[in-house]
Design a protein around this ligand. Structure first.
Ligand code: AMP
Ligand code: MG
Length: 345
């Protein structure tokens, strides 16, 4: 497996990567959200390889990445007018749209669904790679299923070593959590996964937007709309618990829980913010950034969760963040990573 430096577009490298995809192989590549694990979206064998490399359940569909609007025509049966409006405003960018699929898209790529998720990433290397590979790249995040998504090429190497043909190393990603997913296949457009593009941003373009009720909780009888929503995601190896409440209270509770865990012989970790860092006491204390800057927190989140693993931390307590705006995307990932284990003060 080759790791190639791809901080900028190099036509020789893109050609090589494109060749691998056309031959049915897999290439990991940087996007503005997280690293993707790419294969030819129109080749069922490639999609099967993606599931195998990730150890991902085959009913959890992949996202098809395109590099130009015209590519939509081949892969969906009808293009909803909302898709056109959203693409004009947010593409290339961290927004995935779900539409009805055409016969060109194999069921292996959509996890057996008649709908397909499509996105145009806002990253020069990703766009050049998609183009060089024939225009349609199926790509989930390039992590082993269940683990935090990769925000550095090193994370991809740790998870995928020997399982894929190539990694394009574009340095650290900019956003750090996966794209917003919006379903356009029935009635009101519905957010299935929160991301950088918030509901408020979508409402500047669309009259109505719903959020799926299962986004922030697990205590619901409703079946999740996006198949991927039912699986454990983003989780570090250590047992992660979130603590919600006033900052002072949170510091007290976290320190107390950590002291108890230490007594049991656990290696302890705390995920906190710059504001609370000095007061937190554990074997490994990591700040995700200032409370004021949720974009910084998002960018660092997965890297920190992986660092706890690397340092052998077995019990982790984390502060909680605002659930408003982009904060909702951060909390959605943290809640899943914690298996919805939350202490409310
Ligand atoms: P990943 O970004 O690796 O988590 O993979 C893509 C996610 O997109 C899946 O886990 C699903 O939640 C979602 N997704 C992809 N295709 C569809 C679809 N056709 N319908 C609903 N959700 C989808
Ligand atoms: Mg993923």
């Amino acid at each position: 497996m080759q790791t190639l430096n791809a901080n900028q577009v190099d036509s020789t490298i893109m050609e090589e990567a494109g060749k691998i995809i056309r031959a049915g192989g897999l290439v990991a590549f940087p996007t503005e959200t997280v690293y993707g694990l790419g294969g030819d979206a129109l080749n069922p064998e490639s999609s099967k390889k993606i599931y195998a490399a990730k150890g991902r359940p085959s009913d959890n569909p992949l996202i098809v990445h395109i590099s130009k609007w015209e590519s939509m025509a081949l892969i969906c049966t009808d293009i909803p007018k909302e898709a056109e409006l959203l693409a004009k405003t947010f593409w290339p960018g961290p927004l995935t749209m779900i539409v009805n699929k055409s016969d060109s898209v194999p069921y292996e790529t959509t996890g057996g669904l008649d709908t397909v998720a499509i996105r145009m990433p806002d990253h020069a290397v990703a766009l050049a790679f998609i183009e060089a590979a024939g225009g349609y790249i199926a790509a989930p995040s390039a992590n082993t299923s269940g683990k935090p998504s990769p925000t550095l090429a090193r994370h991809v190497r740790d998870d995928m070593n020997g399982r894929i043909e190539m990694i394009l190393d574009g340095g650290e990603v900019g956003i750090g959590v996966e794209s917003t997913i919006v379903d356009l296949t029935g009635g009101t457009p519905t957010i299935l996964r929160p991301g950088y593009i918030t509901k408020e941003m979508l409402l500047r373009v669309l009259d109505e937007v719903d959020s799926d009720v299962t986004l922030m909780r697990c205590d619901t009888n409703q079946a999740p709309k996006a198949p991927g929503m039912k699986y454990r995601h983003y989780a570090p190896k250590g047992a992660l618990t979130l603590v919600e409440g006033e900052p002072d209270e949170v510091v007290n509770v976290v320190n107390q829980k950590i002291a108890e865990a230490k007594e049991r012989g656990e290696k302890t970790g705390i995920l906190c913010t710059d504001e609370t860092f000095a007061q937190m006491k554990a074997d490994v204390v990591k700040s995700a950034g200032s409370r004021e800057d949720e974009h910084e927190i998002a960018r660092r989140l997965y890297r920190i969760l992986r660092e706890f693993d690397e340092e052998g931390v077995t019990v982790i307590y984390s502060e909680s963040f605002s659930r408003e705006g982009f904060g909702q995307a951060v909390m959605n990932r943290l809640l899943k990573a914690a298996g919805y284990t939350v202490i409310r003060e």
